[in-house]
Design a protein around this ligand. Structure first.
Ligand code: ADP
Ligand code: MG
Length: 332
């Protein structure tokens, strides 16, 4: 067979391939006008609303959530976090996602002077903000573990290996939802006209509502009843992340203990910030930094956010609202 004889066969093959791809493209292109579903992942309620989305998108999102929960949750047996926390000083091979989160967590911990520290785990494990037992550590227990909080000691090696010094543990509760929100947003963006993905305090909005208008995200009033809104932000294609002292807490002997711990003391932060909201395309950075702001207090937080160039809004314990100089999302 000569080369000239082969060409038409190749051409016919290419045409057939194009035809088959077009048919399968048509099948995939089936659209859903609006879909809204609620799931429970990462210890929080996850709400996903999609506009003009491809039919398979919603189930792909839940599949991704299941996978992230399996590798990142500290309470799922044999998750990466669980294996790291039981490794007792030995290196552990983790999923690339876990390695990336830890790499960024270390940087954000350094940027916040340790106010954000995923190595808070040995202390956070002594408290129970979710189970209803109102468990709090004794001073001895708490003080004996404080030296284990130091994200700079997390050793990240080649081939997705991680080593924690013996006794050290990690808790990704202050950053994982941000990472997941970023990954889901990247998956959603090319496959729908608009979406609002709410992972507890991490909201990611993509595109616009069917009428072309921007999404509006309500910020909870820390002093009000559950569900009460302090202010509303108008945003497009970005993440709005809020950390607040009202998210998980218990009351004991007339005192309220909440879940954002000051790594210097191992106690719930007592700063003047009741809630911190950060608006940026990186939900992961915003997650860690919003947690840090609650620890750092308003003066330090505004300084930090302005130095990095991130827009933030703080609701103080006295009810007043402070924003960074650049915060174009209110009242528009
Ligand atoms: P939420 O989980 O309610 O969205 P945050 O993003 O502020 O709130 O994260 C708080 C969670 O992070 C806690 O439940 C705990 O797991 C962990 N954590 C608490 N204090 C710190 C801290 N100083 N640095 C890093 N993680 C923290
Ligand atoms: Mg956070």
């Amino acid at each position: 067979m000569t080369g000239s004889n082969r060409k038409p066969i190749l051409k016919t093959g290419a045409l057939l391939l194009c035809f088959l791809l077009t048919i399968s493209g048509c099948a995939q292109a089936k659209r859903v006008e609006r879909a809204s579903e609620v799931g429970y992942f990462f210890n929080t309620i996850v709400t996903i609303t999609l506009y003009d989305a491809d039919e398979a998108l919603m189930s792909d999102i839940w599949d991704a959530c299941r996978r992230y929960e399996k590798i990142l949750s500290k309470t799922v047996e044999d998750s990466d976090v669980d294996r790291l926390n039981r490794a007792d000083g030995s290196p552990v091979t983790v999923e690339p996602e876990t390695w990336s989160i830890l790499a960024r967590a270390k940087e954000l911990s350094a940027k916040t002077g340790g106010a954000f520290s995923v190595t808070i785990a040995p202390i956070s494990a002594l408290w129970d903000f979710t189970g209803g037992t109102k468990r709090m550590p004794s001073d001895e227990e708490r003080l004996a573990l404080l030296h284990l909080i130091d994200d700079s000691q997390i050793e990240l090696m080649d081939h997705n290996q991680v080593r924690l010094p013996a006794g050290m543990m990690i808790d990704l509760g202050g950053i994982a939802k941000g990472y997941i929100a970023d990954q889901i947003a990247a998956m959603v963006q090319p496959r729908c006209a608009g979406a609002i993905c709410n992972f507890g305090g991490n909201v990611y909005v993509i595109g616009s509502k069917p009428d072309g208008s921007a999404f509006r995200v309500g910020i909870r009033d820390p002093q009000g009843e559950e569900g009460s809104i302090k202010c509303v932000l108008t945003v497009r294609d970005t993440s709005v992340v809020t950390s607040g002292v009202y998210e998980r807490w218990f009351e004991l002997d007339g005192k309220v203990y909440h879940h954002i711990l000051d790594p210097q003391t191992g106690l719930p932060s007592e700063s003047d910030v009741a809630g911190a909201t950060i608006v940026t395309g990186s939900s992961m950075d915003a997650d860690a930094l919003a947690t840090a702001c609650v620890v750092l207090g308003s003066a330090e937080s505004i300084k930090l956010l302005e130095s990095i160039g991130l827009p933030g809004l703080l609701i103080l314990r006295d009810g007043s609202v402070l924003t960074t100089t650049d915060f174009p999302y209110l009242n528009n």
